[in-house]
Design a protein around this ligand. Structure first.
Ligand SMILES: Nc1ncnc2c1ncn2[C@@H]1O[C@H](COP(=O)(O)OP(=O)(O)OP(=O)(O)O)[C@@H](O)[C@H]1O
Ligand SMILES: [Mg+2]
Length: 256
């Protein structure tokens, strides 16, 4: 279970990216986070992943307070947080299989994994997850030889191989064309449901959010302005989420 309480983030330059975000989410939920550019979606995911220290507030994942951890504790916790990036973040010169195996680092013996050795059990998990995303036939292909859609599927298989408590995806299909976006979202949602992992997806496409998520959270100017079912995303709600000028758009012309 995830509990986010009164999360506030002020960046060093004074930008208040999150004002006060509170939400609760249960295992198995697939939640889409929508909002204008600059609303604070990535900042929220980076806080949950421990990459960004909040200014105020708390994040509790399965009883552990992410915001109160020291470096070593945070590194350990992050092994159980899957993250899917817009630009895949694969190790390009390694095979699809080796990339997926890096998702097992939190479970493998540090010495053997340092030498690239993962035992049969870890390899079986990695192969199963490559199969889940339909890429078993690409296991030995180098990551840099894969298409964008295939790369993102490898990233999904890698994240799932972490057996994560939570899966976070920041604009996972923003680099893909519309047809591939649907295919990759289909895979992501199917795999997340199969393993029952709580999944938070930042996504620009509202239709995709409605199609694949159980719940939608709308963020505007660092605050939650909607939290409900896809079917409740009425025009009025959309207006609330999208009507604000983004901070970038609000900058005076003289600043450019
Ligand atoms: N490292 C940073 N330093 C200073 N300000 C930042 C930093 N990262 C983000 N911001 C600012 O914080 C606000 C929220 O940014 P964030 O990236 O979380 O938005 P977003 O909703 O993910 O936007 P997008 O849809 O464009 O990805 C923006 O005003 C942005 O300019
Ligand atoms: Mg973002």
């Amino acid at each position: 279970m995830l509990v986010v309480e009164n999360l506030r983030v002020v960046y060093a330059n004074g930008a208040e990216a999150l004002k006060s975000i509170s939400l609760k989410a249960e295992r198995g939920e697939i939640i889409a986070i929508i909002g204008r550019s600059g609303a604070g979606k990535s900042t929220l995911l980076r806080c949950i992943n421990g990459l960004q220290q909040p200014t105020e507030g708390e994040i509790i994942l399965d009883g552990e307070n992410i915001t109160r951890m020291n470096g070593a504790q945070l590194r350990r916790a992050r092994r159980h947080i899957g993250f899917i990036w817009q630009e895949y973040n694969l190790v390009e010169r390694l095979s699809a299989m080796s990339n997926v195996l890096t998702g097992r680092l939190g479970y493998a013996s540090p010495v053997s994994s340092f030498f690239g050795y993962f035992n049969a059990q870890h390899r079986a998990v990695a192969l199963q997850n490559l199969e889940r995303v339909g890429l078993l036939h690409r296991a030995t292909n180098r990551a840099d030889k894969l298409s964008g859609g295939e790369k993102q599927r490898v990233a999904i298989a890698r994240a799932i191989s972490q057996e994560p408590k939570i899966l976070l995806a920041d604009e996972p299909v923003a680099s893909l064309d519309p047809e591939l976006s649907v295919q990759v979202m289909t895979d992501l949602a199917r795999v997340a449901r199969e393993v029952g992992v709580l999944t938070l997806i930042n996504i620009h496409h509202v239709e995709l959010a409605q199609q694949f998520a159980d719940r939608i959270i709308g963020i505007a100017q660092g605050k939650v302005v909607f939290d409900g079912a896809p079917a409740d995303l009425t025009e009025g709600v959309m207006d609330r989420i999208y009507r604000f000028n983004s901070p970038v758009a609000a900058q005076p012309l003289a600043a450019h």
